[in-house]
Design a protein. Structure first.
Length: 55
């Protein structure tokens, strides 16, 4: 059980960092798209697809 949590922890940290980066990039994209959430949602969708492929 412990080793399983140790494997998941880095993934959670990476996901958190990517989410923050996603919304940062989303903030820059909002200048063109008009909403901050759009960029974050696009990146989140890409990350979810990548995660689905890796599992």
């Amino acid at each position: 059980m412990i080793s399983r949590h140790l494997v998941q922890l880095p993934r959670l940290i990476v996901r958190r960092i990517l989410l923050i980066l996603g919304f940062r990039i989303g903030g820059f994209m909002s200048n063109w798209t008009g909403s901050v959430n759009t960029g974050g949602l696009i990146i989140n969708n890409v990350l979810l697809r990548l995660e689905g492929l890796t599992e």
